[in-house]
Each structure stands twice: as structure tokens, then as C-alpha cells.
Design a protein around this ligand. Structure first.
Ligand code: 13P
Ligand code: SF4
Length: 309
């Protein structure tokens, strides 16, 4: 059996041979992050996908991230390390449900969290990420906004955009939204010197209690640069592991061990090697999107970049 180091060495050799750029979400395992060319949250990956010169991109994350990379780079070849890794929130509502809900709110604009399928983006007006939702909604001309699918990120956005009237469907991340106020209170009581940093996909009762609310990159930056030495991390527990490795002089505690996304864990270093090998052999399955959906969904992402992504 090969060691992780040997697999990583093969990956590096195949990257050099094929010119593939590996993009990995920050929730991926340390061994994948070590071979990635770009690491980031959903926003950083979307932005970087459009800027890297490589013609072939390999996404380590969940399906909507690969779709986003393809939408922003229609001319590039995009591959997924594990095409079965999806985001349950992104697949929560079919496009027809969104269109029907929009019709019931005259004059509204549909704001789609980037955690949506290309088909849902195609019927939406503008996309947002967790780090850009407040800025983009604040910059929109419409007062009524149908914000989908995450009603927790929506509630957080509403709080910071009091002039807007946001409407929701009952969607959200099954892991972040499962964390209760009682769990947050218990974590704070167990670690009284720690600052609580949470993702806006958590319930309003939890974000209200937090010392900092932000996307994955915001949480990482806050923890890295804060003078405080202890932190409770209210997002996927991989971030606790990464911060412990990166800042050994500080202490990090998970808000809850239930904050674990199986889909983000579904990609292993062996998947990365397998798909790179297939790319080198010319047998890899490239991600392709129906043309009309891709055109409409791209408009939604372009609007995100125009309004201040
Ligand atoms: P961000 O990467 O935008 O922080 O979102 C976290 C997440 O849940 C990704 O699916
Ligand atoms: Fe989707 Fe939640 Fe997993 Fe992120 S953590 S990929 S939002 S299910």
C-alpha cells in the first residue's frame, strides 16, 4: 500500500505533465490542501477559477463549485475529484419551485446563494456568496428580494440590509443549521476565554451570540490575526484541524462535533490521483453543462461580479 507522501508525489508529477490546476475548498483534508494550487472558500474559488491560466481545472469540493468554475470558464476543461460529492442545500429546490415562488412576489429579484445548481442560478437574477451577500443585496435596486436557498444566511443579510424586504423558502445547510443556541451557550460556558466565530449558515440565535460572523475565509483570517488565543469555531470541523496546524500557539475548539459535512469529506487523496491519471490518459469525464442553462446561469454569476462580488 502506498503512503500519502507517495500518492502526493505522483499527483505533483501528473500536475507537471498535464498542466492541471487543482482548486480545493478549505473544508478539504490537509493532504489534499498540500497538493492544491488554490485553496479558498466558495468566493475565492469562484474568483480564482476565472483568473488561473491553466486550461484544465480539477475541483476538490462539492458539485456546485465545479459547476461554478465551469460557468466562469466555459472554454476550460473542468473535472471533479469526486463527482458524487454534492451539497444537499444546493439541491434542495428545483428551478421550477424558485420560478413559482418568484411569481408570487411582484417586482422581486431572486438572489441565489452560490450553493445552488446551475439550473437554479439560471432562473435567478444574481448570485451571492456568504462573504458577499450583504454587499450585493445592499447594492440592488429592487426592494423585494427572494433570497434562496439558505434562510439563515438570508436572515443575516436582512439584518444588515434593513431597507430591503427579504422573502425566504425553508432551506439551509443541514449541518450548520442544526446547531442550537443551547450548544453555543454550552461551548461558551466550557471555554469562557474563547471568542465564538460562526458561519452565517448557522441559525440567527447562534450568530447573535457570536463574536464574529463570516464566511470560511473570514473565520480563518479572524483566527489567524486576532490577539486572542482561544476560539470556538462555528463552521465545518475541518477548519478546527487546519487552524490547529497553522497556529499551534493558539487553541481551537469545535462549536459542535456535529458540524461535519460528509459530502466535503467524500473526496480522498486517492480520488485526486485517480482523476489526474485519467486526465493524463485522456479518459477523464469532463464536466459539461446544457448550453441554455449555462448561458442563463453565467448571467447570474456575472451580475454577482458586477455588483461587487
Ligand atoms: P463558504 O465557502 O462560502 O464559506 O461556504 C461554506 C460552505 O458551506 C461551502 O459549502
Ligand atoms: Fe453544503 Fe453545508 Fe456541506 Fe457546505 S457544509 S457543502 S453548505 S451541506
Amino acid at each position: 500500500m502506498r503512503t500519502i507522501r507517495e500518492i502526493q508525489d505522483s499527483i505533483k508529477a501528473l500536475k507537471a505533465e498535464t498542466g492541471v490546476c487543482i482548486l480545493a475548498h478549505s473544508y478539504q483534508s490537509p493532504e489534499i490542501l498540500e497538493v492544491a494550487d488554490i485553496i479558498g472558500d466558495s468566493y475565492k474559488l469562484s474568483a480564482a477559477a476565472g483568473e488561473v491560466p491553466a486550461e484544465k481545472l480539477l475541483l476538490c469540493g462539492v458539485h456546485f463549485m465545479a459547476e461554478t468554475a465551469k460557468l466562469l470558464n466555459p472554454e476550460k476543461q473542468v473535472y471533479e475529484a469526486n463527482p458524487d460529492a454534492g451539497c444537499p442545500m444546493a439541491e434542495q429546490f428545483p428551478a421550477e419551485v424558485i420560478s413559482a415562488a418568484k411569481e408570487k412576489i411582484p417586482g422581486c429579484a431572486v438572489v441565489a446563494y452560490v450553493n445552488t445548481t446551475a439550473a437554479v442560478k439560471a432562473v435567478s437574477d444574481v448570485c451571492v456568496t456568504s462573504s458577499s451577500a450583504v454587499k450585493i443585496v445592499g447594492n440592488m435596486t429592487q426592494k423585494d428580494i427572494l433570497f434562496i436557498p439558505d434562510c439563515n444566511l438570508g436572515a443575516y443579510t436582512q439584518k444588515h440590509c434593513p431597507d430591503k424586504r427579504l422573502h425566504f423558502l425553508p432551506g439551509g445547510c443541514p449541518h450548520h443549521s442544526a446547531i442550537t443556541l443551547e450548544e453555543a451557550q454550552a461551548a461558551k460556558a466550557a471555554h469562557p476565554s474563547a471568542l465564538l466565530l460562526v458561519h452565517p449558515e448557522c441559525r440567527p440565535a447562534v450568530t447573535e451570540l457570536a463574536d464574529y460572523v463570516g464566511a470560511t475565509s473570514g473565520i480563518l483570517n479572524f483566527a489567524r490575526t486576532s490577539e486572542n488565543r482561544e476560539f470556538i469555531i462555528g463552521t465545518e470541523i475541518s477548519i478546527v484541524q487546519h487552524l490547529k496546524l497553522e497556529c499551534p500557539e493558539k487553541r481551537f475548539y469545535p462549536l459542535s462535533n456535529r458540524l461535519c459535512c460528509p459530502n466535503m469529506r467524500a473526496t480522498g487523496i486517492a480520488d485526486v490521483l485517480r482523476v489526474l491519471t485519467e486526465i493524463a490518459e485522456g479518459s477523464a469525464q469532463e464536466l459539461l453543462l446544457p448550453e441554455q442553462i449555462a448561458r442563463d446561469a453565467r448571467r447570474c454569476l456575472d451580475e454577482m461580479l458586477r455588483l461587487g462580488g
